[in-house]
Design a protein around this ligand. Structure first.
Ligand code: GLY
Length: 348
């Protein structure tokens, strides 16, 4: 097992390894003297791991669980209300513990519920998808969707620990596994050229663990420097601005988040290479790796559609669009553009 520390205030551990879920109780025991533990999960993950998590606490702790339907539609106000009602029925106090067991939807929703119920109850993330393990479970971004857009209501609220049990990845479908690969390719592109080459061997179990650990080291460094996403952390959005536009154009139903990010990384790098801001040949390398990971690299979307959707992006600051571009594989920079400059960039 590897242990990383995320140096936020307070700092917290991320455990990466095998057979962690069965040891949840012992891995979290130093976080507090909890009387109650409430586990939030979805109806897919429930069947696989819920009982194991509950059993890991033994007799001394009262455990309870709530199961939400799987899928993005559960990341909503109605589900949030159900969690608050459930925590109230369970008489949860601030000295108890909430556990998010599942992928990004469960993690984001439960994190937001934990941050707001009683003005903050400790929570632990047990991510069971590759995407949640390498990205969304670490760093304290919590959110729900509202009719106006995805992740528009949320908070920065760090978990007290994250347990990345690699064994959970063996049950993922190819599509869900590829989804996580897109975020891994992102980390390599922005930060680590040697990670980029390693991704071709991701189906080797030991290499997979090495890759997840490296992604989390990068995330740890970035989040420690800029917890609230006002500077360096924006680099984690490489591929996300155009990727989000693709997801949105297709009503979040044709492309998964990872697929949108893959298309976004390729599109933005093609443009920045054309503008002479990125080393020639970079987009070819990204496209080849995305395809090897069974990710799409293009889709039907016009420059007008990209422009309109990106101008409404919640990540824009002071009406400037913050694009993350690569100098080359392993090195990136933030490129701020006005709307006019962004239009020229798209239409060069
Ligand atoms: N997923 C990007 C971030 O955590 O900032």
């Amino acid at each position: 097992m590897h242990t990383l520390t995320i140096q936020t205030k307070p700092a917290y551990p991320v455990y990466i390894g095998s057979d962690l879920i069965r040891n949840t109780g012992s891995l979290v025991q130093n976080l507090g003297d909890f009387e109650r533990v409430c586990v939030v999960t979805d109806d897919n993950v429930e069947k696989l791991y819920l009982q194991t998590v509950l059993d890991s606490f033994g007799e001394k702790v009262q455990t309870a669980s709530i199961v939400i339907p799987h899928g993005e539609q559960s990341k909503c106000l109605a589900s949030l209300g159900k969690l608050y009602d459930f925590f109230s029925e369970q008489k949860m106090t601030r000295s108890d513990l909430i556990i998010a067991l599942g992928g990004g939807v469960v993690g984001d929703l439960t994190g937001f519920a934990a941050s707001s119920f009683l003005r903050g109850v400790k929570y632990v993330q047990i991510p069971t998808t590759l995407l949640a393990q390498v990205d969304s479970s670490v760093g304290g971004k919590t959110a729900i969707d509202i009719p106006a857009g995805k992740n528009l209501v949320g908070s920065f609220y760090q978990p007290s620990a994250v347990l990345c049990d690699i064994d959970t990845l063996s049950t993922l479908s190819d599509t869900i596994f590829s989804d996580g690969c897109a975020e891994i390719i992102k980390y390599a592109c922005i930060y680590d050229a040697s990670l980029f080459d390693l991704i071709y061997q991701i189906h080797d179990r030991d290499i997979l663990e090495k890759i997840i650990t490296r992604c989390l080291e990068i995330k740890a460094e970035v989040v420690a420097e800029d917890e609230k996403d006002t500077g360096l952390r924006m680099i984690l959005n490489f591929g996300h601005t155009l990727g989000h536009a693709v997801e949105k154009k297709y009503h979040f139903s044709t492309y998964t988040h990872g697929q949108g990010v893959a298309i976004g990384m390729v599109k933005i790098t093609k443009l920045s290479e054309k503008a002479g801001l990125t080393a020639p040949g970079t987009v070819k390398k990204i496209a080849e790796l995305c395809q090897a990971m069974k990710l799409p690299i293009d889709c039907e979307i016009s420059n007008e559609e990209l422009f309109d959707i990106c101008c409404l992006d919640k990540k824009n600051l002071h009406h400037m669009i913050h694009l993350i571009l690569l100098k080359e594989i392993g090195s990136c920079f933030i490129h701020k553009l006005s709307r006019e400059e962004f239009s020229d960039f798209l239409n060069q």
